[in-house]
Design a protein around this ligand. Sequence first.
Ligand code: ATR
Length: 299
Amino acid sequence: MPDVFTLNDLISRERLDAGEDKPAKLAVIGHPVAHSASPRLQQPALDAVGIDARYIRVEIEPGHLRDAFDRMRALGFIGCNVTVPHKFEALEACSEVHPEARSLGAVNTVRFDADHTRGFNTDGPGFVRAIDDEFGQPLSTMKVLIAGAGGGAGQAIATQCALQGIEKLVIVNRTVDKLEPLLNRLVALGPTTEIIALSFDDPLLAMEAHSVDLIVNTSSLGLKKGDASILPSSCLKAGHLIYDTIYQPAVTPLISSGQSMNCRTANGLSLLIHQGVLAFQHWFPQTDPLSIMRQAMAD
Ligand code: ATR
């Protein structure tokens, strides 16, 4: 069996399930998708709950998501996760979208019900749980700075912060123009949150950073060996909470810099786990796979 299936494989059960004990009924769709950790998270939960299903990876070219959904429905799939770069296209391809996912502008979880292809977003709510879990304090009570807010993850987390009604949100991006669509979405939500948009070379950056409780890295800076920290240490102070959405490496340059300044830090593993738990619960309500998924990632 291939590690990664394609649209062409979504034509028959024989093609998907030859030589396997369990039928493929859930998947993560992305491009690329080979690196996705979702099967490592979801398969142990399926097995523990006793669901006779395999969770597979499917690589789909942009522009073919609707076709992929139609084929999965026809094959009797329960649902799927959707990852980069398909989260916006997924919102368009669903016949019904949960209001929270619509506000966040992205769908990462799909359920194939008899009447509808339903889209949800568990990244935003997963972030709320991850912050509570890591720091024992609700996101809604924090002032937040998001570094790298122009990408998909940054936009979802920034929007979730506004939906939580936080007092102050500072969004920072290398290309400040890329914050425009996000600002428009935040304004349309009509949040009470004070919103400040900055570039990394803005002279106000350090002062604004010192005014927040929580700093979040949603950029890809820190993934590669030799990457710099997304923020200079002049932006950090003792007492800051620092969350890096990257989980590999576990200690990013931002986390390392925060640790040396006595900040409390956490990496993106908890976000990965909580978004996975919430997705699983959309497919299988009344289950609680949190401890199984935690254990699976620890292994
Ligand atoms: P996604 O695929 O999630 O939509 P992406 O294109 O990978 O996003 O970018 C994620 C974020 O990382 C963006 O905010 C990006 O900044 P730009 O919008 O200016 O491109 C940010 N990013 C990536 N590399 C960076 C770097 N070297 N310095 C600062 N920000 C960086």
